[in-house]
Design a protein around this ligand. Sequence first.
Ligand code: AZC
Length: 798
Amino acid sequence: MFKTKEEFKYEFSKRIIEQYGRTVEESHITEKMMILESMVRDYASVNWAMTKMQVRNNHQKQVHYFSMEFLIGRLLVNNMMNLGIYDIAKEGLADYDINIHELEELESDAGLGNGGLGRLAACFMDSLASLSYPAFGHTIRYEYGFFEQKIEDGYQIELPDQWLRLGNIWEVRKPKHACEVKFWGRVEWDGQKQKWRHVNAECIRAVPYDVPIVGNNTTVTNTLRLWKPEPSDHFPKGKNFRLYLQEVNDICQNLYPDDSTPAGKFLRLKQQYFFVAAGLNSIVRAHLRIYPDLSNFHEKNVIQLNDTHPVLVIPELMRILIDDYNYEWDDAWHIVTNTCAYTNHTILAEALEKWPIDMMQNLLPRVYQIVDEIHKRFNGYVKMQTNNDERILNRVMILKDGQVYMAHMAIAGSFSVNGVALLHSNILKDREMKDFSDIFPGKFNNKTNGITHRRWLVYSNPELTELLKNTIGKEWIAHPERLSDLRRYIDDSILQNKFLNVKYQRKIDLANYIKEHNGIEVDVNSIFDIQVKRLHAYKRQLLNVMHIIYLYQRMKQDPSFRIYPHTYIFGAKAAPSYYFAKKVIKLINSVADVVNNDPDTNKYLKVVFIANYGVTIAEHIIPAADVSEQISLAGKEASGTSNMKFMMNGAITLGTLDGANVEIAERVGDKNAVIFGLKVDEINRIKDSHSYHAWDYYNNDMRIRKVVDSLTDGSWGQSREEFRLIFDELMGHNDEYLLLADFDSYVKAQERINDLYQNKELWAHMCLRNIAESGYFSSDRTIEEYVQDIWHLERVKK
Ligand code: AZC
C-alpha cells in the first residue's frame, strides 16, 4: 500500500490505465473519482480482513446493530482521514492538477435513512470502529435512498434518490453468505419430528453487500452489511414469474414505502422480516463456525434493536433456536432475552409500531405462532408480578385489539431498554412505559445520544479544528472530553477574535452556497439562525415562521422598530404524504418571497429554505450557524442530535427544555444557552386538565392575532385558502403543540439573542464555552456507556 505521495501517484495512474486504458490526463473526472475510491477501499481491506480474523480467533463478543436506517453520507473523505491518507492523496492528486474537492463532490450521499435515528446509527458505527470495538451493522440495501427534495414554486417535490447511479465502490457482494428468507405459506404439525413445519412458503434470497467501516487511527475495520433481495432458486411453484420478480424487487426499492394502504403495510413488514431473518441467519452461521452449538450465543453476541423496526429479531431468533436447533422454549427464551437490547427513539404514538395480527399471521405464519406464545407466557408473567391486576395486563399485552404491539414485545424480549436522553428516558420510565418499568425494574436505562466529532467537527470544520489544535493541542481528537481544555481560554480575546473569524469564513461559504442554489444574497454579518431537521409539527418549525412573520409585520408597521440583521435558514424534508408538513414548507418559502423582496425590511430580515437537507448539506450548514434552533414542544423530541452538532461548532442553542437540550443547557450553564418555553410538567398539567384554549391566546395577544390572521388573508400568496390547513391546525384543532402558549416566551428569547450577539466579546465567550463543553456529546462517550452497561465488549485484540 502506498505510503508516500510518489507511491500514491504511481498506483493511481497505473489503475487508471489498467481500468480505463487511458492516462490520468485523458481520464474522465468520474473515472478519477472511482479509482481514488477503489484505492481507498483496497487500502482499508487489509485491516478489514485482519479485524475479522482477530475477532474470530480471539473468540470475541460482538455487537450487531440492527437498524432500518443508516444515514452514512459520503465515505471517501471520512475513510481517507480515518486511515490517515488524506494529505498524501490530496497532494498526489494536486501534482496531476486534480483538485481533490472536485472528486469529493462527485460521491453520492448514502441516504439510507430518514432522520435522527439513521444518522445516530451511522455515528455509532464510526465510534465503534474508532474505539476498536468489534461491531456489525445490518440493514437493507435500498435501491433508492430517502427522496431527493426539490422546491418548485415553494412546494416540495420528491424525486428518486439514485444514490447507486455510479455504482457503490465501497460495497463488496458476498454471495457465499447468502440465505433464503421465507414468506407466506402455512404451518403444519410434523408428528414424527414433533415439530412445526413452515410449508408452501415463498422464498426470497438475501445476499449481503458488505461495506467496510473504517476506524480512526486504529486498524479496526468493522462491517455494515446491506442485505439485497434476489430471486431464490426455489422458485415458488405455480407463481407468475413477473409478479414474483416484482415482489422481490419491491423489498429494496425504497425506505419506508408509503404505508397508508394495506399493500404498503405488507411491504414494510416484509422489509423488516427480510433483513432481520437474513442478518440473524448470518450471525448464527458465523457463531457455529466457531462453537459447537448456540448455548453460548448470548455470551458472544449482543443485538441492539434500533427502535421497533427490527423487533422481529426476538421471535425469529426463538424460531431458529427451537425449530432449527431443537432448543426447548425456556432455554431459547433465556438466550434471546440475554441477547437482545432495545432502544426507543420516540414516544409519538404514530411511531410506535403495531401490526395487524392477520397480516403477520399470513405473511409470517411460523413467526406469528411464536409471537402468540410469547404473548401468552408474558401474560402469565405479568399476572404473577402484579397479583392478577387486569388493568395493568390490558395495558402491557403484546397482542390486543387485533394488533401486535412491537414495543411491548421489544421490552418483554430484551434485557435492556434505553431512551436516548435523560429527560426522554425518565418519561419512558415514569410515564409512557411505567407499567413495564414496574414489572421489570432495572431493565430501563438511559444512554444520551452523541455524534461523531470526527465527521461533525474535524472533517466538516477544518478551520475550527485547526484553531482548536493551535490552542489546546490535539489530544481532544482521540479523547473528545478533552475539549474541556478550552475552558481556560474562552476569555482570551485573541482566541475570541480568531474564533469569530473562523465563523465568518464558514458563513461566507454558506452564503455562497445560498447564492448559488437559491439565488438569494444574504448578509454575512447578519445572525445566521438555523433550524435544520425533519419537518414535523412537534418540532415546531411553524413557531419559527410565526416569529419571522411577527418581526416583519412589526417592522412594517413601526419604522422605528428594527432588529439586528438576521438570516433565518431552514432545511427540512417532509414525509411525502404529510400534508401539514408540506404546507409549512410552502409557508416558509412564501414568507421568504415577500420578506426577501421588501426593500423596507430586507436589510434586516432574510429567510432561506435550503432544499434537500441531508448529511452532506448539513456538513456545510452547521459550521456556519450562530444560533441553533431547537424549539420542539418539551417532552416530544426524544433527544435531538443536530443540537449537539451545532454546539460543537460553536453555535448558541435557542431551545426549549426538551430532549438533550436539557443536558446541553446544564453543561454550558444558564448564561450560555437561551432557553424558553413551557416545561414538561407544566405541559402535562395543561394537557391532563384540558385547560388549554388556543383562542384565548389569539384573543388576548395582538401579535398572535395578526400573525395567525395573515395565514388566511392573502398576505403570503395568491389564494386565501393556501394556508387554511395551518390555520385549522392552530385554531381548529386547538394547537396541539402549544405554539401559541410558547409564542411570547419565544419572542423574548429571540430578543435575548439579538442583544447578546451585539456584544462580540460575550458572544464569542458563549460560543467557546459551548465548544468546550461539547466533548460529552461525542458518540465515543455514548458508545463507551453502551459497552460498559449493555454490550460488555472488549476492544479487538491483536
Ligand atoms: C429520532 C428522534 O426524533 C430524535 O429526537 C433522536 O435524536 C433520534 O431519533 C436519535 O435517537 N427518531 C427518529 O429518527 N425516528 C423515529 C421513528 O423515532
